[in-house]
Design a protein around this ligand. Structure first.
Ligand SMILES: NC(=O)c1ccc[n+]([C@@H]2O[C@H](COP(=O)([O-])OP(=O)(O)OC[C@H]3O[C@@H](n4cnc5c(N)ncnc54)[C@H](OP(=O)(O)O)[C@@H]3O)[C@@H](O)[C@H]2O)c1
Length: 255
């Protein structure tokens, strides 16, 4: 057993903790995939989901969320998350410059997964350049696909649902995505964890409680993930009662 706190190594700038990450790149079959989430101590990723009340994480967490994006070619979100927050998950100007200096596009590619294609197409999320990508299933409504294709590049990746593995192959081969950041929510995370396609998990534990049974947890699907994914702690930082974990997923490719 190890005592992680108060064993201390001071970090001068809390916003810099992920600046020097050296994440592996994926390949033609699939990108390296990370998830970034924040939850309360009782494990909830929403606070009063119905009314979308208040942010969970601190300002430091929200800054780190943007700083993490610097390392990734694309940011993937579930449709419900985009409906709840219809804003492009990009980076501010100074980080866009840092991306360009590292040979990347100034902004990550926005990607949303949706079967219904009931998306806020007139929102800011869909006004950016390059156009976001919508990943959908063949069973989606062709008329809605046609309308959506005026706002985004629409890709079919699966019959009835979006198949995570097919989706990653399309992103790798057609869009050159080598590092993908998944930013939730619970249902989308489930699809990717179930397929054994998550390599690393960035998780902020916010010093708050929800208590509301209808609030969501980080991964929510119809059955237990089997085999149960095992996580290995990579780093842990503490800042003003908030904990910032990075775990790697030990058992990959378990579909
Ligand atoms: N605390 C955090 O870190 C954090 C992070 C992200 C989100 N959130 C919150 O989480 C909530 C949303 O989570 P959620 O679980 O309800 O929804 P979600 O995962 O964001 O989106 C679910 C929707 O995505 C589409 N989808 C997901 N997997 C799919 C698949 N395999 N095939 C086809 N479509 C698929 C479906 O869209 P259609 O319905 O369009 O078919 C589904 O209804 C929001 O309140 C958001 O603010 C919190």
């Amino acid at each position: 057993m190890e005592q992680l706190y108060p064993v201390q190594k001071a970090v001068a700038d809390p916003l810099s903790i992920y600046d020097d990450l050296d994440l592996p790149a994926g390949n033609q079959e699939r990108p390296f995939v990370a998830v970034n989430m924040v939850s309360t101590v009782d494990g909830k990723i929403t606070l009063n989901k119905k009314e979308r009340a208040e942010p969970l994480g601190s300002p430091v967490d929200r800054h780190l969320m943007k700083r993490l994006r610097v390392h990734f070619d694309a940011v993937l979100r579930g449709a419900e998350t985009v409906r709840a927050n219809p804003f492009f998950p990009g980076v501010p100007d100074e980080l866009a410059l840092r991306r360009e200096q590292a040979g990347k596009e100034p902004q990550p590619l926005g990607i949303v997964v949706s079967r219904s294609l009931d998306l806020p197409l007139e929102s800011q999320y869909f006004t950016v350049s390059p156009k976001p990508v919508i990943l959908t299933a063949a069973a989606s409504d062709p008329k809605r696909r046609e309308i959506a294709s005026q706002y985004a590049r629409v890709e079919i990746a699966g019959e009835h649902e979006v198949d995570a593995r097919q989706a990653l192959q399309i992103l790798a081969r057609k869009y050159g995505v080598r590092r993908l950041l998944v930013e939730g929510g619970a249902a989308l995370n489930y699809s990717f964890f179930k397929a054994g396609l998550i390599d690393t998990l960035f998780w902020t534990l916010a010093p708050k409680l929800s208590g509301f049974r209808e609030d969501l947890t980080m991964i929510a699907g119809p059955a237990l993930l089997v085999p149960v994914p095992k996580l290995r702690l990579e780093t842990l930082y503490l800042h003003e009662d908030e904990l910032f974990f990075r775990w790697s997923v030990a058992d990959r490719e378990q579909a």
